[in-house]
Write a protein that binds this ligand. Structure first.
Ligand code: DGL
Length: 270
């Protein structure tokens, strides 16, 4: 494994850039190739066999570009594909769900873990399995919050409509003894201030939010360090964007997710 090779990160579209943002903060010298499958987004409304097929194609495209490790920057893909990707490809594959589940167990104390995610992520039961694999004690209450994805893509992050939507999606957690709320979709960190405010109002003043992007970046860094896979370069890591459709539209919104100036995106075919 070449430690100077880039990390390969992919998502159904833009949302995984919240993971890239966290990865760049945690691993500032690493080069990253990011693939957004903008031709086929959203994944969150699709069935597991379809999502797996798409994930295999995205991973193949990144492996063919010589990446040293794959970070699945999409909860929906992480819900159905990691085992198969690990079996089929000969490089490390990290997902967002396992780190988030571990972070949620640490954060939830004696309470239950509330998970917001896409319909596919919640239906898969992946968070329940990941929490059970790491704790015999914690319980999960999952709830699909699909409308937050198009709102994030529109940049509609505050005001009456997102507030009503967030309150609607938090309602099933009220009175359930929730000790932590997981943002189990790559788009949801954009709503973090609003979700925090509404969690405080509806679930209590001390319920922490677990951001799957931050948890994933922390574990990716620990994983690379433990295996001597971090780059030895000291310059700022370079970022390359690949998309499967509409590169200009991707670039226009990318900055909001990335929190920084976004590079030009190159279109590729899977
Ligand atoms: N990236 C997806 C996730 O984290 C959300 C967008 C989609 O549905 O494709 O689940």
């Amino acid at each position: 494994m070449n430690r100077e090779a880039p990390l390969g990160v992919f998502d159904s579209g833009l949302g995984g850039l919240t993971v890239v943002r966290a990865l760049r903060a945690a691993l500032p010298h690493e080069d990253i190739i990011y693939l957004g499958d903008t031709a086929r987004v959203p994944y969150g409304t699709k069935g597991p066999a379809t999502v797996l097929r798409y994930a295999l194609a995205c991973t193949r495209a990144l492996v063919d570009r010589g990446v040293k490790s794959i970070v699945i920057a999409c909860n929906t893909v992480s819900a159905v594909a990691p085992d198969r990707l690990r079996a089929d490809f000969d490089i490390p594959v990290l997902s967002v769900i396992e780190p988030s589940a571990r972070a949620a167990i640490r954060a939830a104390g004696d309470g239950r873990i509330g998970v917001l995610g896409t319909a596919a992520t919640i239906a898969s039961g992946a968070y329940v399995r990941a929490v059970c694999a790491n704790s015999t004690r914690c319980e999960v209450v999952g709830h699909a919050a699909p409308l937050l994805v198009p709102l994030a893509e529109e940049g509609w992050l505050e005001g009456e409509v997102p507030t009503l939507v967030v309150r609607h999606y938090l309602q099933p957690f009220v009175g359930r003894g929730i000790g932590a709320v997981v943002l189990g979709c790559t788009h949801y960190p954009l709503f973090r201030p609003l979700i925090e405010e509404q969690v405080r109002a509806m679930l209590g003043p001390h319920v922490p939010i677990v951001d799957s992007a931050l948890a994933t970046a922390d574990e990716t860094r620990a994983f690379l360090v433990a295996r001597d896979l971090t780059t030895t370069r000291k310059r700022a890591g370079q970022l390359e964007f690949l998309v499967t459709d509409e590169p200009r539209a991707f670039e226009a919104v990318a900055q909001r997710f990335l929190g920084d100036t976004a590079p030009k995106a190159t279109i590729i075919d899977l």
